[in-house]
Design a protein around this ligand. Structure first.
Ligand SMILES: [Fe+2]
Length: 246
């Protein structure tokens, strides 16, 4: 069985070429999934690589607040942490960093027949730009329904991007997310602003902070806790492998 993996913020190197750096993290963790930490220097513009709908999905998660995303004739201001879902290769996507360097996470993953079918059924319109503060709140059995103050948000809901989903959990300490297990979900956490808590997964107690990234394989019990001085704040990304033999 696969193990939990963590990459700490200070282990991630940025090698710039033409004002842009893209560093793959946790490589080989999950077949077909590629996750990169990226930085575009202040004032720089970059045309992003885009992919056909039968090839790959792509998510761009802006962890800093600077600049704009242009997709076709639309322009989205990155004035909050936000997730951008391009309309595959139907529109050119350009990112322009503002007065500060723009940090973001680029995720790509294969598109299968299941993804196409689910997306066709839910008629999700792309491109989509979701500011975290505008994402939809919901509760979970192991958060508010267990007495936790952590607020869960949906950024990319189930089936809207096939097997791929994304959300955001936030709660000031003392707080917790109860232990639970997802039998078919591969799960990544991206710790953001001020994050400082203990991730308790697979029997391990792992301190995590802003900038760290974790991977938790399906079938691993996990939860989180923080003291009065701590802060739970992370965006999660999941791949549902319910349609595979795993
Ligand atoms: Fe979970």
């Amino acid at each position: 069985m696969q193990k939990i993996k963590i990459i700490k913020a200070d282990e991630i190197r940025y090698d710039f070429a033409g004002g842009y750096a893209e560093t793959e993290i946790l490589a080989g963790t999950c077949p077909g999934i590629r996750i990169c930490k990226c930085c575009l220097k202040a004032g720089q513009a970059r045309d992003m690589e885009v992919y056909a709908e039968d090839e790959k999905m792509q998510l761009l998660f802006f962890t800093s607040r600077s600049g704009v995303v242009k997709s076709g004739t639309r322009i989205y201001a990155i004035d909050d942490q936000a997730v951008f879902v391009p309309d595959f290769d139907r529109e050119k996507v350009t990112i322009i960093a503002g007065e500060e360097d723009l940090y973001f996470i680029r995720i790509t993953g294969p598109m299968t027949e299941i993804d196409h079918r689910q997306m066709a059924n839910c008629q999700y319109v792309l491109p989509r730009f979701v500011r975290l503060r505008e994402s939809i709140e919901y509760t979970e059995r192991f958060t508010q329904e267990s007495g936790s103050k952590v607020v869960s948000h949906s950024i990319v809901a189930g089936r809207h991007l096939g097997r791929y989903t994304m959300g955001w959990n936030i709660g000031a300490g003392p707080d917790f997310i109860g232990q639970h297990t997802h039998p078919t979900l591969e799960q990544w956490y991206f710790m953001i602003d001020g994050s400082d808590f203990t991730y308790v997964a697979g029997g391990n107690k792992i301190p995590v902070c802003e900038g760290d990234v974790s991977f938790t394989p399906h079938g691993t019990s996990h939860g989180s806790e923080c003291t009065e001085d701590g802060y739970i704040n992370y965006v999660w990304f999941e791949l549902n492998r319910a349609w595979e033999e795993i």
